[in-house]
Design a protein around this ligand. Sequence first.
Ligand code: NAD
Length: 276
Amino acid sequence: MDSPQVLPPQTALAARPLDGRVAVITGSTSGIGLGIASALAEAGAMIVLNGLGDAHEIDGLRSALAARYDVSVRYDQADMSDPADVAAMIQRTARSFGPVDVLVNNAGVQHVAPIDAFPDDKWDAIIAINLSAVFHATRAVLPAMKRRGWGRIVNVASAHGLIGSPFKSAYVAAKHGVVGLTKVTALETAEHGITCNAICPGYVWTPLVEQQIASQAEAHALSAEQVVREVFLKEQPTRKFATVAEIGGIAAFLCSSAAASITGTTIAADGGWTAH
Ligand code: NAD
């Protein structure tokens, strides 16, 4: 140790590191998207909520988020299955809040059926919402991010972006596609101060999951507890659901300066599922 040691610079984990940043989170009217929107609002970002649902309820979420975190929150009703609407959402955001700094591609739908009985319209909808919308939104935000030399793109893929499961052909194909697109986006933007990463959750506790417990318990003649352990979390070694707050925290970390060199990769939040 010849030269005197100096402390490294601070980690810049400021209280509100995203103050003044504009964040669009697709599919954020419930579940994981709402968890991510809350985490980014807590970090100080202006938020654009998007997704389906009752207008009155969504407005309640919008104003609750704005009040709790003292940030501006807008709602955009763009339909992620419509490429023109996806691009229009980014333009509307630029007009109201300014150019998008953080894009979280989260909207997603699921349908479960064997390949030889998989309905064409379900295949098309899953590919459009879970995969093509990621491309259309990414394409729409990149020019302004490149001009400004900063951007964060977080794609919510899935453990099914890393491994397959039977009866989920469209979902698994779309999520593997999202992981591939994440890598290409990262490579094309690497010199522009932009990062792009995919979060790959296993099973996350959301209202949708909660609703399914009772019906699954009845279908399998099991207790609610057995359904959780033996049906839902059979593949998840922790036997615990991740929470939407955990996924929100990962997204906020990926947007922080501490994650500036993390790009083109996947972060599995699956309780060890893909470690098998
Ligand atoms: P969710 O159903 O609670 O939320 C989905 C969101 O997408 C909702 O806001 C919904 O309104 C929106 N949406 C659906 N179709 C849309 C459309 N055409 N246009 C705009 N918005 C639309 O589900 P979730 O569990 O929170 O899932 C969010 C994401 O996380 C999805 O991409 C899903 O594949 C992924 N994921 C979820 C889990 C889990 O266990 N819940 C696990 C891995 C990955």
